[in-house]
Design a protein around this ligand. Structure first.
Ligand code: PGA
Length: 257
């Protein structure tokens, strides 16, 4: 039986004052979702604050990105050993906002998938659990290419690291057309894609396929989380906007238990 995980990605939002309010609001209600895994992903500059607030709780935390390199002349990047200094259990990898908006611009999607596989390898070498985000763009969705896009990245990660390495990872299906748009995928659509992902892994290793947590992300809110999380292959969610409001985030966490 897989334990559900709810991950709150704050993206580039907040201040240390609003982070304190949010953390206090979540912590005071933490007992209501104690049977789920919950993790928060603040901007890196607030990792120390989050670490201090959550250290004595069951809530974990992580970073929104990491470098594929261990150290060196990479201005602005953050390495896996640095994330370990802040007690990060998780790191997000391959979020579509990084793919579409940043250094990744102009890179061929295939090259990008290789970089994501390298980041994945760096995180696992350092004992940090990568949450690998995979999802199709609106155009790919319209062209019926969802499975092709997902299979490409999954196969590269498996080829580069071996399927067993996936047992130290979490996957997140994040259709780009659902992120921040208020248009969540239906539970049935998400279930179909999650099942495809699990089957793809199963061909390599049934045990890993059975145990890996696969999250859904894209406009999950307090009022649509429960039907999504009740699907057999959806093991929780990666939450953006709704993770910035303590009560709404707690409602989502409670839908996972
Ligand atoms: P959203 O973002 O919940 O605001 O749609 C999800 C994500 O980007 O992980």
């Amino acid at each position: 039986m897989r334990k559900p995980l709810v991950a709150g990605n704050w993206k580039m939002n907040g201040s240390s004052t609003s982070a304190k309010t949010l953390l206090d609001g979540i912590l005071t209600q933490a007992e209501s979702f104690s049977s789920a895994d919950v993790a928060l992903f603040p901007p890196a500059v607030y990792l120390r604050q989050v670490q201090e607030a959550l250290t004595n709780s069951d809530i974990r935390w992580g970073a929104q990105n990491l470098s594929q390199f261990k150290h060196g002349a990479y201005t602005g990047e953050i390495s896996a050993p640095m994330l370990n200094d802040f007690g990060c259990k998780y790191v997000l990898i391959g979020h579509s906002e990084r793919r579409c908006l940043y250094a990744e611009i102009g890179l061929d999607q295939l090259v990008l998938d290789y970089i994501i596989a390298e980041k994945y390898s760096m995180a696992t070498q350092e004992g940090i659990t990568p949450i690998i985000c995979i999802g199709e763009s609106p155009e790919e969705h319209a062209d019926g290419k969802t499975e092709e896009v997902i299979a490409r990245l999954l196969d590269i990660v498996i080829d580069q690291n071996g399927v067993k390495a996936l047992s130290q990872a979490v996957l997140a299906y994040e259709p780009v057309w659902a992120i921040g748009t208020g248009k969540s995928a239906t539970p049935e659509w998400a279930q179909e894609v999650h099942s495809f992902m699990r089957e793809r892994i199963k061909k390599h290793d049934p045990e890993t396929a059975e145990s890996i947590q696969i999250l859904y992300g894209g406009s999950v809110k307090g009022d649509n989380a429960a039907p999504l999380f009740s699907m057999p292959d959806i093991d929780g969610g990666l939450i953006g906007g709704a993770s910035l409001d303590a009560n709404e985030f707690v409602q989502i966490c409670m839908a996972a238990v």
